[in-house]
Design a binder for this molecule. Structure first.
Ligand code: 13P
Ligand code: SF4
Length: 327
């Protein structure tokens, strides 16, 4: 089967009347596990075996006994799963699901940045390519970065990449000076502070939830800054009845599911009349592509053997240091 487009471009067979049912049946037959990030379309989250933040997805991938991992997320998430499970088949509905943050850190330039700063411990965010991971000492996600940096000795010199907003957040929370790579996520950087201030004025009771990939002024006015899983937990446990959500709007699906009585207001981006802020990469995965992906077991995430070896070490260090966090 041809995957030149980055996904299997085939019609769903005529005898398939219920796509969701057909996917669940295929999944069982093939001993596959469907994992989905909170930014996936709601219909994909609804049929996943696990939904979670980047940390939980890595933790679950490391433990699964399924033969096939279907990663409904973006490419680096599938790559991380493959590196952790080299003997399993890891497939993704659409290989074009990239990440602007990972793209903001080309491996050759990151290597030069590291070489120019000898004696530093290299901490990199999970939103990176396998090559960037192979240049890293410890990998982090937004769910464990704070704890991992805090666990390092005071005199350890740190390079942090590639997200400058998360890096500055960690630096301000820990008081650690870090050499921070100048990268960012285009989705989280485009929230409008002005529009959010207006929303806060109109909804004075609402708590503001902010992902640390957002710019600092937004972090400073947040009631809670954290990974998608941390924001979800905060909303579930909070006594507040309404929340302004400054992260990709896909998470509102699970927020609303877990808190049906609460109101979630998506924070608007600056450059759009639409109230939501979607990651176009995350939204490339559809139910039809997921069906074809499972049926043909394509497209597959393939990583060079040697690269997998060197990229696995920082991921395993992260998992070791995150035993009490996440799943
Ligand atoms: P988390 O779900 O780990 O917070 O990550 C957010 C993100 O941008 C994933 O691409
Ligand atoms: Fe990457 Fe941002 Fe999309 Fe997450 S939301 S996958 S960081 S581009």
């Amino acid at each position: 089967m041809n995957v030149d487009k980055g996904y299997v471009d085939a019609p769903v067979p005529d005898d398939v009347t219920d796509l969701k049912e057909a996917i669940l049946k295929l999944k069982k037959e093939k001993d596959a596990i469907i994992m989905a990030h909170y930014y996936q379309k709601g219909e994909i989250q609804d049929i996943a075996d696990f939904i979670g933040d980047s940390l939980a997805l890595a933790q679950i991938a490391a433990r699964t006994e399924a033969k096939i991992i279907v990663m409904c997320g973006v490419h680096f998430m599938g790559e991380t799963a493959k590196i952790l499970c080299p003997d399993k088949k890891v497939i993704i509905p659409d290989l074009n699901a990239g990440c602007s943050l990972a793209d903001s850190c080309p491996a050759d330039e990151y290597e030069k940045f590291i070489r120019e700063r000898p004696g530093h411990t290299v901490i990199s965010y999970v939103n990176t390519t396998a090559r960037v991971k192979s240049l890293t000492d410890i990998l982090v996600t937004s769910g464990n970065a704070l704890k991992i940096v805090e666990s390092l000795s005071e005199d350890e010199k740190i390079i942090f990449g590639p997200d400058r907003n998360l890096g500055e957040y960690i630096s301000s929370m820990t008081g650690r000076t870090m050499a921070i790579w100048d990268g960012a996520c285009h989705v989280h950087e485009r929230f409008s502070l002005e529009k959010i201030m207006e929303l806060k004025k109109a909804n004075p009771e609402a708590k503001l939830l902010v992902h640390p990939e957002c710019k600092k002024p937004l972090q400073l006015i947040a009631d809670k800054v954290g990974s998608t899983a941390v924001l979800l937990k905060y909303a579930v446990e909070s006594e507040a009845g309404s929340f302004i959500v400054a992260t990709e709007s896909g998470i509102i699906h699970e927020l609303q599911k877990q808190c049906p009585e609460k109101t979630f207001i998506p924070a608007p981006p600056a450059d759009s009349t639409c109230g939501c802020n979607d990651c176009s990469f995350m939204k490339l995965n559809t139910l039809q592509k997921l069906y074809n992906c499972l049926f043909y077991e394509l497209p597959e995430i393939v990583v060079d053997e040697q690269l997998m070896e060197s990229a696995r070490r920082p991921i395993e260090r992260m998992l070791e240091l995150s035993k009490n966090i996440g799943r």
